[in-house]
Design a protein around this ligand. Structure first.
Ligand code: NDP
Ligand code: BG6
Length: 518
């Protein structure tokens, strides 16, 4: 057995073992390695399918992580064949020369069906294609890589024409799950009439990221953090997402949603729930999701006085895209007030967190790419060092470059009794340099094959998330509230820093990191 094959076998084995831990007595969980599976990508000609779904399916196939007899079906309105689809996906697939025969084998298992999303006959044809290749008991997964406007028709057609006859059927749904509480509820009710909650996988790809999944282990697998994880010790928590590029021609889509719906209501709020929830009774997906819902229920709807909104303008000294502001995007209306930056402070009214601000920050066209959680501890009580100690901070760096570090004070080394800021640093790139971390979509799609819903959003979680953000979204839109302009490539509006400081988060600018290990 080659070293690579052995590593894949070991990896798969470990994955199954870990599933056993998290899935004990979870009836939906099973990995039918020997059964035929059909994986259907609805919206196969779209951006998401080409950039994320097909590459992910290829990597899982290449690494031998999928059931052996898995067949892939693309379904979309465009007239094309599998060769054309392959051509569209190719640049995103990252195929090494040594993998060419496996790559050929992957595409041999792919088929494409042209059809309309609202035409039940086209779904009957899709079903016939699948039936023609599957043996007796086969499982089916449908990935809706589609705009939400067609979800209703597509799910009805799947239900009526394409359910697996003797195996299970699972449906993966991409965000946005509605635009507000009411529209999301309409969609949820519709889906609930067709499928059970166990069949529905609402994907939030941040739940597939290494450091987001790590939050559970970090909090509940260590003694060191839990006694201080509360209002007695923690001053303030920041959860941030930054991107250094603008809408890049996606302005038309983005303008309809804005940054609160695009990032804050889902990715950042999901991280918040994992940081703030109580310890679940077990690692069973429903125990975890029960705790997530419980903590969400303790959050009042976001208030305008706790919000800063921004929209980027071009930087005359910038290069390329940076010269252009959001309103320069031809797909964005000239007078759009859609925020591309938002800061929102949430307050969790429970015994653990009362009084601790949870600051969510997200923006496009900023100075860097970053997603992180920053837990800032309170000042040392009864200080004997004349105000020198800076606050401790635990930073969980989600990307880029997964890391976990604690900023803390030490005596300056040597013949002195001064003190300085330093860190306890776990940089994944050096500590785990021999491990290739899987992409978020790889973990999540594999979870769907395995029937693990731990990292997927349940209907009641979604409802709570919309309850928190809907009033402010309606207010912003109804009153057409103008966002503050910020320069492409900056850190965002200055008013956001003011809001951070008034929410008990301190920044001195004195900390310097020396990256000696990389
Ligand atoms: P800093 O004290 O430098 O910064 C903390 C955060 O404060 C920044 O990320 C920034 O976030 C915000 N900030 C920056 N300027 C201002 C300002 N003028 N006013 C208010 N807020 C400001 O510490 P870091 O923890 O960020 O560490 C510094 C660098 O070292 C980072 O790049 C970090 O990734 C790196 N580092 C990496 C480690 C690793 O990979 N293992 C370990 C330790 C450090 P924002 O712009 O989002 O508001
Ligand atoms: C998506 C948003 O959900 O997440 C995009 O719609 C954003 O606007 C993307 O760019 C960021 O994902 P990642 O994994 O690159 O941080």
């Amino acid at each position: 057995m080659s070293a690579e094959v052995q590593q894949t076998e070991e990896c798969l084995d470990l994955y199954r073992k870990s599933l056993k831990i998290i899935e004990t007595d979870h009836d939906g969980a099973q990995f039918d390695m020997d059964r035929p599976h059909a994986f259907v990508v609805l919206g196969a000609s779209g951006d998401l399918a080409m950039k994320k779904i097909y590459p992910t399916l290829w990597w899982l196939f290449r690494d031998g992580l999928l059931p052996v007899d898995t067949t892939f079906y693309g379904f979309a309105r465009s007239a094309m064949d599998i060769i054309a689809l392959r051509g569209l996906c190719h640049n995103n697939m990252k195929v090494k020369d040594s993998e060419s025969s496996v790559y050929e084998a992957f595409w041999k298992r792919n088929f494409y069906i042209k059809g309309k999303y609202d035409d039940c006959h086209d779904f009957e044809r899709l079903d016939a294609e699948i039936v023609a290749r599957e043996k007796i008991i086969a499982n089916r997964i449908f990935y809706l890589a589609l705009p939400p406007s067609v979800y209703e028709n597509v799910t009805v057609n799947i239900k009526n024409a394409c359910l697996s006859k003797k195996g299970w059927t699972r449906v993966i749904i991409e965000k946005p799950f509605g635009r507000d509480l009411a529209s999301s509820q309409v969609l949820s009710d519709h889906i609930a009439r067709l499928f059970t909650e166990k069949q529905v996988y609402r994907i939030d790809h941040y739940l597939g990221k290494e450091m987001v999944q790590n939050l559970m282990t970090l909090r509940f697998g260590n003694r060191i953090f839990s006694p201080t994880w509360n209002r007695d010790n923690i001053a303030s928590i920041q959860i941030s997402f930054k991107e250094p590029f603008g809408t890049q021609g996606r302005g038309g889509y983005f303008d309809n949603f804005g940054i609160i719906r695009d990032i804050m209501q889902n990715h950042l709020l999901q991280i918040l729930t994992l940081v703030a929830m109580e310890k679940p009774a077990s690692c069973h997906p429903d125990d975890i999701r029960n705790e997530k819902v419980k903590v969400l229920r303790c959050i009042k709807p976001l208030q305008m006085e706790d919000v800063v909104l921004g929209q980027y303008v071009g930087n005359p000294d910038g290069e390329g895209e940076a010269k252009l502001g959001y309103l320069d995007d031809p797909t964005v209306p000239n007078n759009s007030n859609t925020p591309t930056y938002a800061l929102g402070v949430l307050h969790i009214k429970n015994e653990r967190w009362d009084g601790v601000p949870f600051i969510l920050k997200c923006g496009k066209a900023l100075n860097e790419r970053k997603a992180e959680v920053r837990i800032q501890y309170k000042d040392v009580a009864g200080d004997i060092f004349e105000g020198q100690p800076k606050r401790n901070e635990l930073v969980i760096k989600v990307q880029p470059g997964e890391a976990l570090y604690v900023k803390l004070m030490v005596k300056t080394p040597g013949m002195t009794f001064d003190m300085e800021e330093t860190e306890l640093d776990l940089t994944y790139g050096s500590r785990y340099s021999n491990i290739k971390l899987p992409d978020a979509y790889e973990r999540l799609i594999l979870d769907v094959f395995c029937g693990s819903q731990m990292h997927f959003v349940r209907a009641d979680e979604l409802r709570e998330a919309w309850r928190i953000f809907t009033p402010i979204l309606h207010k912003i839109e109804k009153e057409n509230i103008a966002p503050i302009k910020y320069m492409f490539g900056s850190r965002g509006p200055k008013e956001a820093d003011d809001k951070v400081f008034s929410n008990n988060f301190q920044y001195s600018g004195s900390y310097k990191w020396k990256s000696s290990s990389l």
